[in-house]
Design a protein around this ligand. Structure first.
Ligand code: FE
Length: 281
């Protein structure tokens, strides 16, 4: 590890209204340019003001061609879908949903005891040969997510493997790494990432030095593609961030709302099926 990745891009998350009027912070969404391949979208839900009124959530909507990962830190998300699944994603829990050829679902955030709702949703692309696969879910309880601490660095492994510790979410096409990382003040973390893999860090608490650039919450960092490791340091503050990394699929994408396919024709077919009532098989 002698060539740390640079940070050519720091993204300021934008307030976005989604679902039935939910305010969230979006770092990026699906675009033809596919700059974050294999990742398509990153949203941060942070509701902590009771004056914001009722949380309306995301009533029934379809997805095709993607995987969505919901990670809650405070409050919860109640969900239901067209396959008959129903559940509650609580604090520290993860839900990994592979929409494959199609799913209709409802996602309704709820306040926790603190009155807050705090969580993230990441969209990961599916490769063309799996876009029309059977939909499926992985529900992961907080207690089964491995956490380890070493030299002031605390890591929860949601997906992927760190120091021989593997996260509970498996069989995701992109084989991504998804980590919740916290550095105590005056700590250093160096982490190897294969060259060419996309790597992102979403800083949501405190302040850290990422390859010589001081970055505070709340910002999304995109690392350069070249280099063999990531380097994060802290000074007087602690820092907490989600680390997201994976190998790009390098396939063209055509996004349309909650669908991400490879061609315009596939999007047109999807819309036709929705109209005909044949979207859910
Ligand atoms: Fe959804």
């Amino acid at each position: 590890m002698n060539n740390p990745r640079k940070i050519p891009q720091i993204i300021e998350p934008q307030v976005t209204i989604e679902g039935a009027g939910v305010r969230l912070l979006r770092s990026f969404g699906p675009k033809v340019s596919n700059l974050f391949d294999p990742f398509l979208l990153f949203d941060h839900f942070a509701f902590n003001d009771p004056l914001e009124g009722p949380i309306r959530g995301f009533p029934y909507h379809p997805h095709r061609g993607i995987e969505t990962v919901t990670y809650m830190l405070e409050g919860s998300t109640a969900h239901r879908d067209s396959l008959g699944n129903e559940g509650l994603i609580g604090p520290g829990d993860v839900q990994w949903m592979s929409s494959g050829r199609g799913i209709l679902h409802e996602e309704m955030p709820r306040r926790g005891e603190s009155g807050n709702i705090y969580g993230f949703q990441l969209w990961v692309n599916l490769p063309s040969h799996l876009k029309m696969s059977e939909p499926r879910y992985q529900e992961v309880n907080a207690s089964t997510i491995p956490t380890f601490e070493k030299d002031g660095v605390k890591i929860r492994v949601v997906a992927g493997t760190v120091d021989g510790v593997s996260g509970p979410v498996e069989d995701i096409s992109a084989s991504p790494l998804y980590l919740d990382v916290e550095l105590a003040p005056a700590s250093v973390w160096r982490f190897p990432i294969p060259s060419g893999h996309s790597a992102l860090a979403y800083v949501f608490h405190g302040e850290g030095v990422f390859d010589d650039q001081t970055v505070n919450a709340t910002h999304m960092l995109k690392f350069s593609d070249d280099g063999d490791h990531l380097e994060v340091k802290t000074e007087n503050d602690s820092v907490r961030f989600m680390l997201i990394a994976g190998a790009p699929f390098k396939e063209p994408i055509v996004p349309y709302g909650p669908f991400v396919m490879n061609t315009l024709e596939e999007i047109q077919d999807t819309l036709k099926e929705l109209r005909n009532g044949t979207f859910i098989k």
